[in-house]
Design a protein around this ligand. Structure first.
Ligand SMILES: Nc1ncnc2c1ncn2[C@@H]1O[C@H](COP(=O)(O)OP(=O)(O)O)[C@@H](O)[C@H]1O
Ligand SMILES: [Mg+2]
Length: 245
């Protein structure tokens, strides 16, 4: 399969803290990779490095064959190829749902207003919130807001979607509506890197699980292998904790 995101010996420090230790992995086009691991293991930093929201100290990250530039318009372009959804639904609070989705495409992709709106409505429909288009984010439930955040990211026609614990701030009854949208995206062939502890999603949609601990990829396996027969003691220990809580 054609590689889309390639990390080669990526290292990152925050002061004394070595948060990413020689991370090398490849995400192929259309592949869904779930990143799992204890809090503080570097999962968010990894996502932020791929989106170049964080610089790296050494190593390389390429997206679709292009190395992430340091800054400038090349960076903005590459970043637009990477859709990001965070744990906290960080929609623009003072803009309608529709405007949240049209803003990026109009500004960065230079889409006309009518075209941006048409596409935004299609995407809002796809994530099941077309009827909320004229509302303000605060009028929506957490699950609806997170689905808008997904639509907003998709509106930029990203090559890859990074989702960092997209359901962990949601009330339980809203988790599935967001996971269903993510499963749909995966089925449609979207390349995705998803930080989540939702095993149901991983089993349904992931091609591969990366288990991180202390800044390292400790284990890489299919969901089936990872959840039923983890190899490392650290993965076994971690799984026993999330399975019993
Ligand atoms: N901006 C920052 N400055 C200093 N330390 C940070 C910063 N962001 C994250 N860290 C630290 O880096 C480590 C990895 O964090 P993070 O990538 O957020 O882990 P995870 O997402 O797996 O919980 C943690 O020890 C965290 O405290
Ligand atoms: Mg995190």
């Amino acid at each position: 399969m054609e590689p889309l995101v390639v990390l080669d010996s990526v290292n990152k420090h925050f002061g004394e803290l070595h948060v990413l230790k020689d991370i090398s992995t490849t995400v192929a086009k259309g592949e869904v990779v779930v990143v799992i691991g204890p809090s503080g293991s570097g999962k968010s930093t990894l996502c932020r490095a791929i989106n170049r929201l964080e610089t790296i100290d050494s190593g390389t990250i390429t997206i679709d064959g292009k190395r992430l530039p340091e800054e400038g318009s090349g960076l903005a372009k590459l970043r637009a190829d990477v859709g990001m959804v965070f744990q906290a639904f960080n929609l623009f609070a003072h803009k309608t749902v529709l405007d949240n989705v049209t803003l990026g495409p109009m500004k960065v992709r230079k889409l006309g207003k009518a075209e941006a709106r048409k596409r935004a409505m299609e995407l809002l429909d796809r994530v099941g919130v077309a009827n909320q288009a004229q509302k303000m984010p605060a009028q929506l439930s957490g699950g609806q807001q997170q689905r808008v955040a997904i639509a907003r990211a998709l509106a930029m026609d990203p090559k890859v979607m990074l989702l960092d614990e997209p359901t962990s701030a949601l009330d339980p009854e809203m988790i599935n509506e967001v996971l269903d949208v993510m499963v749909g995206l995966a089925k449609d062939g979207m390349t995705m890197v998803v930080v989540t502890h939702e095993m149901g999603f991983a089993r349904k949609a992931a091609n591969r699980v990366l288990f991180m601990d202390q800044g390292m990829i400790v284990e890489e396996a299919t969901p089936e292998q990872f959840f039923t027969a983890p190899k490392s003691d650290r993965a076994k220990d971690f799984l026993s904790k999330i399975l019993t809580h």
